[in-house]
Design a protein around this ligand. Structure first.
Ligand SMILES: CC(C)(COP(=O)(O)OP(=O)(O)OC[C@H]1O[C@@H](n2cnc3c(N)ncnc32)[C@H](O)[C@@H]1OP(=O)(O)O)[C@@H](O)C(=O)NCCC(=O)NCCS
Length: 190
């Protein structure tokens, strides 16, 4: 099990089995983290293009101001919580929680979940999900919801292990796409 650190901002730490001398922490993005956010986002889209709708080209075309704004929005408040996995200065994971109104109820929607190859299977992804879910529970989210590509077997096994179940919702990954995604859900509170 990962070691857990307690601080005023929740954060956790895991060690990579593949590089035992290194460890990674999960923490919320800070306003000045825009370059780190851009780095991990571009890494994610280069590494796992089939898992996401946004393309690397689209993300690379964003001006700095977009990343600055995203880091600011994700760093505070209850509308968006952006979380980073950091091995020292190296951003090795990310995930975003969004507060979304669904039929009059605020639900947590988790998007852009990514863990870099060497850190997969280390528990870092579990810590990342846990941090985002705690952020959602702090503002009272009763449910956490996310979409995953139907063909993404690894992510589906992972989310199943995290307690997420298929809702039956299924849609194309973008207009006219041959790729499909399904929606999973997990209850956070009764
Ligand atoms: C999805 C992701 C965050 C999960 O993190 P992870 O560290 O790889 O997850 P874990 O290793 O803890 O769990 C994955 C499980 O899938 C299993 N698995 C690996 N490859 C698999 C495959 N091809 N088919 C089925 N299961 C597979 C693993 O054995 C593991 O199961 P276990 O815990 O029972 O051993 C990470 O793989 C990732 O970033 N992938 C690329 C981006 C992505 O797909 N993001 C999700 C977008 S919705």
């Amino acid at each position: 099990m990962p070691d857990t650190q307690t601080s005023s901002a929740r954060s956790s730490m895991v060690k990579s089995d593949t590089s035992a001398s290194r460890s990674a922490i999960v923490r919320r993005v800070e306003p000045g983290d825009w370059q780190i956010l851009r780095r991990v986002r571009l890494r994610m889209l280069a590494d796992a293009p089939s898992a996401f709708i946004t393309t690397l080209d689209q993300a690379e075309a964003h001006p700095d101001s977009v990343w600055v704004e995203r880091a600011q929005i994700g760093s505070r408040g209850d509308d968006q919580g952006t979380y980073l996995g950091l091995a020292g200065d190296d951003p090795v994971a990310m995930g975003i929680g969004l507060r979304r109104d669904q039929r009059g109820t605020d639900v947590l929607v988790i998007v852009s979940v990514f863990v870099a190859g060497p850190w997969r299977g280390t528990g870092l992804a579990v810590d990342l999900m846990s941090e985002i879910e705690h952020w959602g529970m702090a503002w009272g989210a009763p449910v956490s919801s996310l979409w995953v590509a139907e063909s993404n077997d690894r992510a589906r096994v992972f989310y199943d292990r995290c307690g997420y179940s298929p809702t039956g919702d299924r849609t194309r990954m973008g207009r006219g796409s041959e790729r499909w995604e399904i929606r999973l859900e997990k209850r956070l509170a009764d």
